[in-house]
Design a protein around this ligand. Sequence first.
Ligand code: UGA
Length: 445
Amino acid sequence: MNVTIIGTGYIGLVQGVVMSDLGFDVVCIDNDATKIETLKQGKSPIYEPGLEETLKKSLKNGKIKFTLDYNSGIKNADVIFLAVGTPPLADGSSNLNYITAASKNLAQFLSKDSLIITKSTVPMGTNKKIKKIILDELKKRNMGNLNVSVISNPEFLREGKAVYDFLNPDRIVVGIDENDNKEKIKKEIYKIYKYFLKKQIPIIFTNLETAELSKYSSNAFLSVKISFINEMAMLSEKIGANIEDVSKIMGFDHRIGNQFLNAGLGFGGSCFPKDTLAILNIGKNNDCEMSIVNSAVKFNDDLKDILIKKIKNKLGNVKGKTISILGLSFKPETDDIRESPAIKIIKKLINLGAKIKVYCPQGMEKTKRELENYSDCIKYCKNEYKCAKNSDCLILTTEWEQFKNMDLEKIKNVMKSNYFFDFRNMFSDNKNIRNYFHYYPIGRN
Ligand code: UGA
């Protein structure tokens, strides 16, 4: 089966590479020439565990190709996946320019009945608009008689675990337009996702709007869960409770579940911040007050100020102090720093006059570019020990496994003073930690 994927970001690239490994013949189209060249050489432009190895294997086996050219990418396609970005605009709504352009472009080269599968996270009603764009373009080519179906198949991949998540989904959602031939599309989907049928992964067929909304509600719900536990963590600090025990106790209740109850410095990344803002915007446009999601977003922002206040309370005035930050990516196992809580904390500390030293196993290059304007105030270090050297205070902002193994005594000995704010509770159960540091975890004394 010939599979074409438009967009080689996190979603498109993982989809393409893993499908090629499952035996499909894959062509990936992107309009970024540098990216296409990099991919052709077997290098992944993003850090995602397991991705580059599989990419190299599929290139060697001739199962995956990368091109800038829609014509060669579309003409032999049995199915086309749309996986371009939908970044946020200033008002929180999704920028649909890329998906509109990709739809127009692919329509120039369609020559047979086609199934288009949207992976991008798009507001309700977008898949119907995509179909209209494609049909309008086809009509201009006098090919309006082609039967084109556009279906919604949202992704639920986590960055850093995207390859694993692709192969082990909790569910597959397929939204179909009520005017399309549902049975025919179902058969196609069973062919495309045969691997998952064998694994008895549930496939839920529904209408387009439900599929589109299910993605936003899943991300919004997880964001609410995180803000909820962080709010409880702040209360725990005041009243002497232990948030980690609270999470554990709540998590044993099957109705609540034990995931996404880790208190920390809030959610970041390219998905939760973007999708919560988008759903607020969609709610506004549909006269629905989304007060729960709104509170989760607001608390997520406020949390950074609450934590800065905590630092000031313990450390005193931060002006002129050297503060070391461990972890820049928005979570471990990724080099993605989009909406990273660590970056937000750094900016606030710099504005208060602190000197910053940073180290992250993967996020350094992207941070250098993102914080170019702050380069006078930030020193980029080679490892956690160089980062801690001569500093007044250490803040752990991303829970990279590597940090778990650091030599605490060595860290303490290279520091000027010994304040340690563990905003991911990596060392909260370490019995020796207080022998070395004034230690402040999240949500417990
Ligand atoms: C998220 C969803 O988990 C995926 O299901 C979804 O497909 C993806 O967005 C997307 O829309 O594409 P991702 O952004 O990669 O995936 O990251 P998560 O692992 O969900 O973490 C998001 C943020 O929440 C991180 O900053 C993380 O540190 C934070 N978090 C997570 C917590 O603070 N506490 C937790 O208990 C869990």
